[in-house]
Ligand binder design. Structure first.
Ligand code: ATP
Ligand code: MG
Ligand code: ZN
Length: 264
């Protein structure tokens, strides 16, 4: 009897709607069902990468394609390579340097509690002294979040801002690129406002930071400028950074904190 029940024909199973397919598969995960289903990486779009919007009937990118695009971008941006050896373990602190100890502890706590930070203050900023380890700590956070399969988009300021400016009149290319940085679960904005900052750079950064601010998306910011300098450059950008990273801002101020010059 038991054997018969186990071998009931697959035809009797109700066909699920695409949006219910994943939970349906979890329930009906017998070997027969698994064998009977065609093998797709994505059962929503059957690997076409496109789905029809039920309201507008227009074709749009499937969620799997967006995830793949992002993964490709992450690989292309080199964040995996760059971040590899920038870990918390490799970030050395001299116990006699309270600010450095605090910076490392803040980074580690931020990473540990990341999933619980749902409110508007879910970002972190490392500011000030050149060579103090701002990028290293930002990468250490990114590394841990990447291990948890979170999408972390990397925005090395000078390179990306130049690229965006070059495409500003090509709306589609510009928006495609911007959307990678707007939509990523986490954005690593490295070396913000490095070099000579123009009005168009400020407006691009405002567009990006404001969008993420409104959607409560986390950003890891590193900049050699202090918060006062950021406010001087643009109050709207500076005050949003203050707001999103409230309680998680480290500002290095002393030149002797330059690890490149004075580190071990
Ligand atoms: N406390 C530390 N322990 C070990 N290595 C460190 C430490 N601080 C910095 N470094 C190393 O020193 C170099 C410079 O650090 P990093 O690039 O993070 O500085 P930064 O503050 O981002 O500088 P910049 O303002 O020029 O961008 C890197 O190779 C980094 O790994
Ligand atoms: Mg840096
Ligand atoms: Zn899909």
């Amino acid at each position: 009897m038991k054997g018969l029940q186990e071998r009931r024909p697959i035809m009797n199973l109700e066909i699920p709607r695409p949006e219910n397919l994943v939970s349906w598969m979890k329930v009906n995960s017998s070997m027969e069902v698994k064998k009977a289903l065609p093998k797709y990486r994505c059962y929503i779009c059957k690997d076409w990468g496109l789905v029809q919007n039920p309201n507008t009937r227009e074709q749009q990118d499937c969620a799997c394609k967006k995830a793949q695009d992002l993964k490709r971008h992450m690989e292309a941006s080199g964040i995996y390579e760059l971040a590899r050896d920038k870990t918390f373990e490799k970030f050395l602190v001299d116990k006699g340097n309270p600010l450095l100890c605090r910076a490392k502890r803040l980074g580690m706590n931020y990473t540990e509690n990341f999933e619980h930070k749902k409110g508007p203050h879910n970002s972190v900023a490392f500011l000030g002294t050149v060579g103090a380890g701002k990028t290293h700590l930002s990468f250490a956070i990114a590394n841990e979040l990447l291990k948890r399969n979170m999408d972390v988009a990397y925005f090395p300021y000078r390179e990306e801002i130049t690229r965006l400016k070059q495409n500003i009149i090509n709306e589609k290319v510009y928006q495609n690129r911007m959307n990678i940085f707007k939509n990523a679960r986490v954005l690593l904005l490295d070396d913000l406002f490095k070099g000579k900052v123009t009005e168009s750079e400020i407006s691009i950064i405002f567009e990006l930071i404001n969008d993420r601010y409104l959607r409560k998306k986390a950003t890891i910011i590193s900049s050699e400028l202090t918060i006062h300098r950021l406010m001087d450059i643009d109050e709207a950008v500076g005050s949003r950074i203050l707001e999103v990273a409230k309680g998680s801002i480290i500002q290095f101020q002393e030149p002797k904190m330059n690890y490149r010059l004075y580190g071990q």
